[in-house]
Structures are given as structure tokens and as C-alpha cells.
Unconditional design. Structure first.
Length: 422
């Protein structure tokens, strides 16, 4: 190189070492890997059921395999990226590096691949995969609680709630594994539902309570950042009720009084959450795409609960809910899926040194997710063509998540666009 010539610009090629530069890079990337594997696997199962795929054997019910990986698989890995980026700021402490987090996160990824593969071979193989996940999730939980213990911040409420939810997740996942080993499929499903509400939903509503008003105020100054503790207590109460509801259903099968109580409480909770969505600026948020994604995701939570309540009350004469899987997927695909897309996209843009916006591609993917959710809800109607609708919903989910994962996954292995570290 001649004297005075400019230095070569740093390479922007994708490299795994960039994943270790920040917790969100590693956590989000590994979450994308599990998300894509789970989505493609479920699409393959639905194609097989439609007569268009490979004839694979099953040692564990594919519905249970799907429920477990969609509940405990990619979401905790996304949580790791967020909690070890925002959590230390909430608590005013130094967080662990991505390199320190790596063993706990990689154990979860390895465990989920063993779970998917083992489901076709032997239940013990699949359960061994879950034991790896429990170890990894337990390590992640311990690291987060160490942050809480080290903090002297007066307001640690949100962090403590999240920490408690992580413990619930570990217990429920261990319960799923033990149930699979003993052949107790019904118990495994109940542990999965408890983990969904007591772990995943609790983390989402806690983060939503802290962040949605905060995100909404700068672009919408007329919206108040209103988030009293009573609102969080209400949402946590709803989550706790739903976490226990499955076990009460099993304890009192066909009990009309319990069904009415559950239906009325779910309808009431759904109405309150719909009111809260409006109070937080739902209609004004539609002018800002990324905010609209957050608010519409929260709207689905209220709609799902209201649908669940109606399903319980309309099913009272028969002793069982009319459409039990419709509200479940309104909440998982509609609410949690939308919030996942919105929050991960926002954090990814901000920490990649890019504009924090939902561009045309992201906006299109969001509406494809809404379409996939409606297809899955429609598939819960017994008189409709269930299998074609299930297959269409699974394929649409897999394709849109593949596009989303490839796009943002490519960012995590490259330097920031603005040249800053992180």
C-alpha cells in the first residue's frame, strides 16, 4: 500500500464471530434457527397428513411435539436477547457477555433439535433433548436472577416478575419431559399450557406493560404513558388463572358451573384488555407501522380471551368448549406472534444501526401473519375443511418466518450499519 492511501474498509461479510459481540445478536440468531426448524417441521407434518409428504414414523405425538417447541423453543431464546440487553439497563448493572451466555443458549438449541428428531425415533431420545433444554434454560434463569440480586435499583418489579416466570418455565418444561418419559400425554399437554401462560405470556405482558406506553409516547405525544401497577396485576392475574384453568378442567370435566365461571371471567378479562389496548393508543398507532404491530398484537390478546370465554359459554350444553383451539391460536399466533415480530424487529433495527421502522417487506410479513392466524382459527371450526386450512396456515407461517428469519438473521452476523460497536 502506498504512503497516504486510505485503509481498506472493514469487511461487512457475515461471520459467526459477530454473533458474540452482543447478547441480542446471539440470542436472536439462535431463536431464528429454532423458529425456522420448528415451522418447517410442522409444515412437513401437515403435508404428510394431507397425503403430500414423506411417510414418517412418530414415537411422540406430533401435536405435543409441536406444542412444546412452539411454546418453549424459540421464545426463551428471543427473551434472552432482550432481557440481557434491556434487563441490565432496567436494573443498572452490568450484564453477561454473549460469550458467557453461549453455553446456556446452545444447550437449548441442541435440545430442541434432539426433541424434533427424537420424536420420530423414541420417546426417551426426545425426552433427553428436553433435559438439555431444561439445563440451558435453567442456566439462563440463574444468570438473570444474579442480575436482579446485584441491582440496587429501587424499581425491580418487572425484572422480578420475569425472573419468576423463567422459574415457572423451567418447572413446566421438566414436567413435559417427565410426562413424555412416563407416557402421560395428557399431563404433558397440561404442563405445556401452564408454561404458555405462566411463563411465555407472563413475560410478554410484563414487557408490554413496561415498553408499549414507553414506545408510544415519542411518536404519539397525545398518548399518555399510562401503566399503573394495578394494570400489570390484572394481566398477571389473568395469566395465572389461565395457567391453572387446564388443570381445573381436568379435575372437573364437564362441570357446568366451572365452565360458566371460566367463560364469564375470560369474557370480562378480554373486554378489559381490549379497553386497555384503546387507552394505550391503538387507533392512533395505526399511523406508525411498527407501533401498529405492537398494538395490534396486544389487541389479539384481548380478542383471544373474549373468544375463549364465548367458546366456553356456548359449549355449556355439551359440557366442553365449542372451539377450544381457536382462542389458543388467536393468542399464540395472533398476539404472541405479532408481538414477537414487532419487538424483535424494533430491537434488531435499533441495534443494527438502522432506521427503526417497519418497511414494506416487514409490513407485508406482518399482514401475512394475520392471514395465517385467521386460517388457523378457521381450521378449528369442525364443519369446515380442517386439514386444507391447517396445511395452508402451517405453510404460510413457515414461509413468512423463513423470509423474516433470513433477513434479520443476516444482520446479526454482520457489523452495525453505522459502524458503531454492539
Amino acid at each position: 500500500m502506498s504512503v497516504g492511501s486510505a485503509a481498506a474498509p472493514p469487511s461487512r461479510a457475515w461471520h459467526w464471530r459477530h454473533l458474540l459481540q452482543a447478547p441480542h445478536r446471539l440470542g436472536f440468531f439462535l431463536a431464528m434457527v429454532v423458529l425456522l426448524a420448528a415451522g418447517l417441521w410442522w409444515a412437513a407434518v401437515q403435508l404428510q397428513r394431507s397425503g403430500a409428504g414423506l411417510d414418517l414414523p412418530y414415537a411422540v405425538s406430533p401435536s405435543l411435539v409441536h406444542a412444546a417447541v412452539m411454546t418453549f423453543g424459540f421464545m426463551p431464546l428471543f427473551f434472552s436477547g432482550f432481557l440481557f440487553t434491556a434487563g441490565p439497563k432496567w436494573l443498572r448493572v452490568s450484564g453477561p457477555s454473549a460469550r458467557r451466555l453461549a453455553p446456556a443458549l446452545l444447550a437449548q438449541v441442541a435440545g430442541w433439535f434432539a426433541w424434533l428428531a427424537g420424536s420420530h425415533v423414541h420417546a426417551a431420545f426426545a425426552a433427553t433433548g428436553l433435559s438439555l433444554v431444561v439445563l440451558g434454560l435453567g442456566g439462563m434463569t440463574a444468570m438473570f436472577w444474579r442480575l436482579i440480586a446485584a441491582s440496587r435499583e429501587e424499581d425491580r418489579m418487572h425484572a422480578r416478575v420475569v425472573g419468576a416466570a423463567l422459574v415457572v418455565g423451567c418447572v413446566c418444561l421438566a414436567g413435559v419431559g417427565a410426562s413424555v418419559l412416563t407416557g402421560a400425554g395428557a399431563a404433558a399437554r397440561l404442563f405445556t399450557l401452564t408454561g404458555l401462560w405462566g411463563f411465555i405470556v407472563v413475560v410478554f405482558v410484563t414487557v408490554a406493560h413496561r415498553m408499549i406506553p414507553f414506545f408510544s409516547v415519542p411518536p404519539m405525544p397525545t398518548v399518555q404513558g399510562w401503566r399503573p401497577s394495578s394494570v400489570l396485576a390484572l394481566m398477571l392475574g389473568v395469566a395465572a388463572f389461565e395457567a391453572c384453568a387446564g388443570w381445573l378442567d381436568a379435575a372437573f370435566p364437564g362441570d357446568a358451573a366451572w365452565q360458566v365461571v371460566r367463560g364469564v371471567l375470560e369474557l370480562g378479562a378480554g373486554a378489559v384488555l381490549l379497553w386497555l389496548a384503546v387507552l394505550w393508543g391503538l387507533f392512533k398507532s395505526l399511523r406508525v407501522r411498527l407501533l401498529a404491530m405492537l398494538h395490534l398484537g396486544f389487541l389479539w390478546l384481548g380478542l383471544g380471551l373474549a373468544l375463549g370465554g364465548a367458546s366456553q359459554l356456548l359449549g355449556r350444553p355439551s359440557g366442553s368448549a365449542v372451539l377450544p383451539l381457536a382462542p389458543l391460536h388467536a393468542i399464540t399466533m395472533g398476539a404472541l406472534g405479532s408481538l414477537m415480530l414487532a419487538m424483535v424487529t424494533r430491537v434488531s433495527c435499533g441495534h443494527a444501526g438502522r432506521s427503526v421502522v417497519a418497511d414494506d417487506l416487514m409490513w407485508s410479513l406482518f399482514w401475512l401473519l394475520q392471514a395465517a392466524t385467521l386460517l388457523r382459527i378457521a381450521a378449528a371450526v369442525p364443519s369446515w375443511p380442517v386439514q386444507p386450512l391447517l396445511t395452508a396456515a402451517a405453510l404460510l407461517w413457515a414461509v413468512l418466518m423463513l423470509i423474516w428469519g433470513l433477513r434479520y438473521g443476516s444482520w446479526y452476523g454482520r457489523p452495525r450499519a453505522d459502524g458503531r460497536p454492539g
